[in-house]
Write a protein that binds this ligand. Structure first.
Ligand code: GLY
Length: 372
């Protein structure tokens, strides 16, 4: 049977039933219809005739869990006619300006010098264009600058001082993004780093082992990802972060890198990530998730399969637990062109991600490769 004559939804639901049957399905159809490799690999061209005929299920917005207001804002804008890219950027702006989210924008935990350095990228499905900024300082809305890189340059990625100059040229004010809460966490981190340097945490005159009872500082990779389908059926995505807390100045994570922190294909869907950026950078997971959806994975299956790939590719001892499993967190979120959503992560038990669509807004459960 030729794949072209199958209805995509039935193909996907066949493929969804479980991983084993998906592999069998791909193997069978690839052999019978395409005369191609038996491997469940990425044969994009073979899928395109199918995917061209897919119609979106209406506006849908997904986000990491910290985007519960983000998805509502983006959906409201889409319903009033916004392009998905404008809507997702406006949605994550709420978190970028929120001093209480210490993983994104204003209020984000700083680098080891106490400076908040931000990363972001956007991708616009209908034009296949992307923009990003990395290690940008003093700009509260890096996602807006990333969108301007897409719209007003012939480049994809601007970094550090050049990205700041570009933002200033477009009228962005330079602001102090270090909140008092983030500064105090950074001081706690710096003072607790070593008992061989001259920084001392708070102590009394009789303390011999200074700092032994101090609570560890807040630390994380953080981030928000949001992607959406608009009224025209077009898909866009954005990811924005303050990155790894207390990072080496200049460290860039996955969030501003297209294919890692975010990827969109208007014929297939979108994917994005939060968590340990280094593992994502070494595997280009968002691109891989979209390619897996192109080949028939559901959004959740694609996210889980990519977690498995990252686990397979994690080889060095300091990143493995005593059972040989990755010892870090990494989460993925995916949206398919026909409106299905999914999320999966390396470790967890009852995590969730945010969704807003015609059924209202809600948290959906994440799937995990390893339970804790
Ligand atoms: N995922 C955020 C980072 O690693 O910077």
């Amino acid at each position: 049977m030729d794949l072209k004559y199958l209805n995509l939804r039935s193909v996907i639901s066949m493929a969804d039933s479980n991983r084993t049957s998906r592999r069998t399905f791909l193997k069978t159809t690839a052999m019978a219809g395409l005369g191609a490799s038996v491997l469940p690999g990425f044969d994009a061209a073979a899928s395109l005739p199918l995917l061209n005929s897919v119609k979106s299920a209406g506006p849908v917005v997904i986000s990491s869990r910290n985007g519960q207001q983000t998805v509502l804002k983006a959906l409201e804008l889409i319903r009033s006619g916004s392009d998905a890219l404008d809507a997702v950027v406006a949605g994550v702006n709420l978190v970028e300006e929120d001093p209480n989210d210490t993983s994104v924008g204003y209020g984000g935990l700083p680098n080891e010098d106490g400076v908040v350095q931000l990363d972001s990228c956007v991708m616009h499905g209908p034009t296949c264009r992307a923009g990003g900024v990395a290690a940008i300082e003093g700009i509260m809305y890096p996602s807006r600058v990333a969108k301007l890189v897409l719209e007003r340059t012939d480049h994809v990625l601007l970094v550090a001082e050049g990205a700041v100059r570009f933002a200033k040229m477009h009228g962005f004010p330079i602001e102090n993004l270090l909140t008092e809460r983030a500064r105090l966490e950074w001081v706690k981190w710096k003072e607790g780093l070593s008992n061989k340097d001259d920084y001392l945490p708070p102590h009394g005159p009789d303390d011999k082992n200074i700092g032994q009872n101090i609570e560890p500082p807040e630390m994380h990779y953080g981030t928000i990802h949001c992607s959406a389908i608009d009224l025209a059926g077009n898909i866009s995505g954005v990811t924005t972060t303050s990155g790894l807390s207390y990072k080496i100045p200049g460290r860039v994570g996955d969030s501003p890198i297209i294919g890692a922190g975010c990827y969109v294909d208007n014929l297939v869907g979108a994917a994005g990530s939060t968590g340990r950026g280094e593992a994502n950078l070494e595997n280009l997971c968002s691109f891989m998730i979209v390619e897996r959806m192109r080949m028939g994975d559901s959004p959740q299956q694609a996210c889980l399969n990519v977690c498995e790939r990252v686990a397979d590719h994690t080889k060095v001892a300091h990143l493995l637990d005593d059972q040989g499993r990755p010892n870090f967190g990494l989460n993925f979120y995916a949206l398919s062109v026909d409106g299905r959503v999914g999320g999966a992560g390396m470790w967890g038990s009852n995590g969730s991600f945010a969704v807003a669509d015609s059924n209202g807004s809600r948290l959906e459960p994440m799937a995990y490769l390893y339970k804790r």
